[in-house]
Every structure is written in structure tokens, then in C-alpha cells.
Ligand binder design. Sequence first.
Ligand code: SF4
Length: 373
Amino acid sequence: MPGIYLHIPFCDTKCIYCDFYSITNHSRKDEFLSAIKKEIVSRSIQLKDRKFDTIFLGGGTPSLLSYAELNSLFEILYKNYNISGSSEITMEANPGTLDKDKLKEFRSLPVNRLSFGVQSFIDMELQFLTRIHNAQTARDSISEAQNAGFDNINLDLIFALPGQSMDNWKYNLDEALKLGTKHISAYSLIFEKGTVLYTMRNKGEVKNADIELEQQMYEYTMQFLEDNGYMQYEISNYAEPGYECRHNLKYWTLEEYIAFGPSASSYIEGQRWTNSKNIGRYIELIESGKPAYDFIETIDEQTSVTEHIMLGLRSRGIYFDDFKSKHNIDFPEKYAKAVNTLLENNWAESDTEKLKLTRKGYAVCDEIVTTLF
Ligand code: SF4
């Protein structure tokens, strides 16, 4: 079944490493809410025969919206789309934007999964990343969410910060574990072009982490989380069994998703489009009755095969039956040489059903995909 994504672009401040479309000027929030509702309604006829089983509110910081604002978005969604009663409904939240009362209110929304942008449990690291919260606020927000009845919680962490020691990274993982969330995402810091962090590196103000240390941190993370009951189901994502993010799995298994809001990307009927990354233009396009995208492409068969291999290897593996039914290709036969190289190097494991990277393979995933496929 396909999924639905809503992009809420507002943040309190802009973090130095962030390349998502997010803005700190909230003056057009009401116009944005009116526009996104119109966009939701405008696509509903095309999608009337589909049933959806995930909704993901990302951003930006969706938890900055009020209960009434969020509720009105859900009302429009449920009125216009066929949404399964057992849907996974995630909202991204930032520590420091939620208190007990707000969390209590949010429990009466359809939201049943929260994803917290924690990033670190060390105040100095949080200050470097220009996050608005400190370590204690992060701990409190997650405990309060659990006390309010949210059982399915993810927390995001970032490693390989400039100057970060292995001990600090181990401390972050230990602290995350203590909170008992069902899901942990652990990403290495990327110096994305156009971010403040990227400029800082160009000016020589910061340096990338040592590549070997970064590798050790990644390997430690995989082993540590597995030893503590989390299953790695994507290069950066770990979950207790049954708590994998069903919405993100759709991106990695090339299922369809419809997305609303500025910068949001959709994939429907073999076409992928990305909405304008400018709130003013987004509102203007919607208000003049036009599609909100700046860019649309048809995914041809070769691209689809390449994406299937790349995304499959990064996540739960390539299932041969699924590959055959989508592309009419016998995967083990067509890619026999590449598969042998993966198995010989202990980069992957295979059975009659699937090919899946090992931890050793995840650690060199990008190189493998580029060279072998
Ligand atoms: S809170 Fe998240 S979306 Fe907002 S600026 Fe920071 S990293 Fe970007």
C-alpha cells in the first residue's frame, strides 16, 4: 500500500548542518496551511482507488504546530483518502517543542509514532550543531512522550562530529539505550553543500572527522545496537523486531508515496516529482490551481532497476521474487558475478529468497553499489 508524506517547513532556528527545506520565518504559516490542504484535496481524485497505510509528518518541525492545526490536517486527509485503520502515523518532533500538556493533546491525534531529533546527549555537541535543546531536555521530552502513552518512538543521533571522540559516541549510544526507544537512527555527519557547516569547512573553521575513526564508530554502532536487541534493517536504521519504520521502508522498496508541502517528493505511477522548495512559490502555484512541483520525471526501466538494487542493498536486501515480478529479471542469474564477489568478500549473505548485505558490507555499501552494479 502507498504512503502519505506532509512537509511542515517551519523551525525555530536553522541548524548549521541542515539541508532540508526549513524556514524560521513563520509569518506565512496560515497561508501555507490553507495551501497544503488544497494540495491534499486536489490529488485525491487521482488517488481515489488507493488505500494508504502510512502517514509521515516531517519537516521542518511539525511539532511546532498546534493541536488544532494538526487536527485540521488529519481531518482533510481522512475525509479525502482511504486510510487503513492500522496505519503507522509518524510525526517528527524536536525536544524543546513539546511539553506534557501538548503531548497529552497530541495523543488524541491519530499519531502513533514519534521521531525525535535528539542528535546527541552531550551539550557541547548540541551547541556545535546549533540545536535548540540540551541533553536533559531531550531525555525529558522522550520520557514525557512515553508517559503520555507513545510507545513507538524513534530517536535520531549523529556521529563523526568534528573532534568527537569514540568515548563520546559510546556515551551517546549508552544514553539512547537507557531511554528504551523502539527505534534508533544513527547517521554520520554530512557536510552538505549550501549549509553553514559546509561554508565553515571551506573556511577551515572545522574539519571532517578522521575517516578511520568514523568507520570504527559505524562498526561499533552496528555491533552495539545488535547486541542490545536492535535489528539493523537499513544502513543507518535500527529497530526492535516489529518496529521498523513502515513509511521509510516504502522509499527503500520503491513503493508509491504521495507527498504534500514545499520540497516534498512523490512517486506515483512511475513518475517522481518534487514540489517547489520555496514557500512563496509553493503557495502561489497552489492558489493559481497549478501543480506545486518544479520538477517531474518518468522513471524508466533502467533507472528503476538501478534504484531497486541500490535501495535494496542499503536496506533489507534484494528479494528475488520481488525483483523478478517488478523487472522480469532473474537477479541471481543476471548479476551472478557481482553476487559472487559480494559473497566471497563476506559483504553479503544469500539464501534462495534474497541477497542481503552483512555488517561488513553495510560499511562499504556505497563503494560496492558503484563498482559492482
Ligand atoms: S530542526 Fe531539523 S529540520 Fe529544523 S533546521 Fe534543524 S535539522 Fe533542519
